[in-house]
Design a binder for this molecule. Structure first.
Ligand SMILES: Cc1cc2nc3c(=O)[nH]c(=O)nc-3n(C[C@H](O)[C@H](O)[C@H](O)COP(=O)(O)OP(=O)(O)OC[C@H]3O[C@@H](n4cnc5c(N)ncnc54)[C@H](O)[C@@H]3O)c2cc1C
Length: 324
């Protein structure tokens, strides 16, 4: 029986396994389950290829408290760093396997983690599945006929000389605009607020510089009312401004905790956020939330994920694995 089952092999899940290995838990007692065919699915899917991965993302101080630590790097370097962490610490990941339920045994410190390929018993579960599996959607309906034109990430589509509307006001929205403009597209950003206060200074400056050079249009204070199908393209109706037709609309609205899954496990919530105690332990003793799931509404970063794993591991060692 594994001493710990870790769900998700993104930065949080990988660093959790590394922390367990560093604390002395044998490789065969640390099981990581990842639903994608490779680790760090969210990084692969959401980061533009040319993205600069910053260590102080979302203004988090770039301070590392655990074994892993990210410096400013490229997307490729970040993935290679995580590859190495897996190899160097003999972390065993079961890929292409999705966890859909965790059953708590009454009166015993024991869980059964159920996947589409099997079941695993363990006394400790670390849930590190992030928030990007369910990107936030706008409140107005999205026509089904425009499904291939209304996107939530930009790595699965080739954009060449097309009109793209990016919707959002955070770092991802700015990074999408920078990438799409570099690729020679006609880029517009729509954000409902009048100030770009949610992005870091580098991203704000880069976006404003794009606008100054005429390489992107900024529609600040623009509220989208509806999206209509205009001959197979999205026509965007703005409140109080003329409608526009684009080839693609890309939403960069973040994600949210998989509330249904976590509640089925028995985890208590405080409003939209799961309740977390010391070491990011949930209201179910022995179940921990890491990475983006432990970061609250603001969302997390890679170093946040690494640090959350170190904090959780210290608690796990004290409470559940005193001999590790
Ligand atoms: C566009 C964009 C740019 C960003 N830029 C930066 C940056 O420059 N610097 C930075 O520090 N941070 C950045 N971030 C944030 C950073 O990517 C996240 O904070 C980080 O990836 C969170 O790690 P995580 O392990 O918690 O979750 P994720 O990275 O989301 O990993 C979760 C993993 O769990 C797997 N999974 C999901 N459900 C299941 C299941 N049921 N069973 C098994 N596996 C499952 C997923 O496939 C995935 O591999 C950015 C985010 C975005 C969207």
């Amino acid at each position: 029986m594994p001493s710990i089952v870790i769900i998700g092999a993104g930065p949080a899940g990988i660093s959790m396994a590394v922390e367990a290995r560093t604390a002395g838990v044998p490789a065969e007692d640390v099981l990581v389950i990842e639903k994608a065919a490779e680790h760090s699915f969210a990084i692969r899917k959401y980061y533009p290829e040319s993205k600069r991965v910053t260590a102080n993302y979302k203004g988090f101080e770039a301070v590392c408290t655990g074994t892993l630590c990210l410096l400013d790097s490229t997307k490729h370097e970040t993935l290679s760093y995580l590859d190495r962490a897996i190899l160097d610490h003999d972390v065993r990941v079961r890929y292409s396997e999705t966890v859909y339920r965790i059953h708590q045994h009454e009166g015993r410190q024991l869980f059964t983690v159920m996947t589409d390929r099997g079941e695993y018993e363990t006394p400790v579960v670390a849930i590190a599945i992030g928030i990007l599996g369910r990107p936030n959607k706008p409140s107005y309906p999205l026509p089904n006929s425009l499904r291939s034109r209304l996107l939530f990430e930009i790595t699965s589509t080739r954009f060449e000389g097309v009109r793209v509307l990016v919707v959002g006001g955070g770092d991802s929205a700015s990074e999408y605009c920078q990438y799409l403009a570099q690729q020679g597209n006609d880029v517009t950003l729509s954000y409902r607020r009048t100030e770009l206060s949610r992005m870091n200074h580098i991203n704000e400056d880069s976006l404003r510089a794009l606008a100054d050079r005429g390489e992107a249009r900024l529609l600040l204070g623009s509220d989208i009312e509806a999206i209509r199908d205009r001959d197979g393209l999205p026509e965007v109706a703005f409140k109080g401004a003329p409608a526009g037709v684009f080839d693609y609309v890309v939403y960069a609205l973040g994600g949210s905790a998989p509330e249904h899954f976590l509640k089925t496990v028995g985890i208590d919530f405080d409003g939209p956020e799961p309740k977390l105690g010391a070491g990011y332990e949930t209201s179910v003793p022995g179940i921990f939330l890491l990475g983006d799931l432990s970061a609250g509404r603001k969302g997390g970063s890679i170093n946040w994920a690494f640090n959350s794993a170190n904090t959780a591991m210290r608690r796990i060692c004290e409470k559940y694995l005193p001999h590790a």
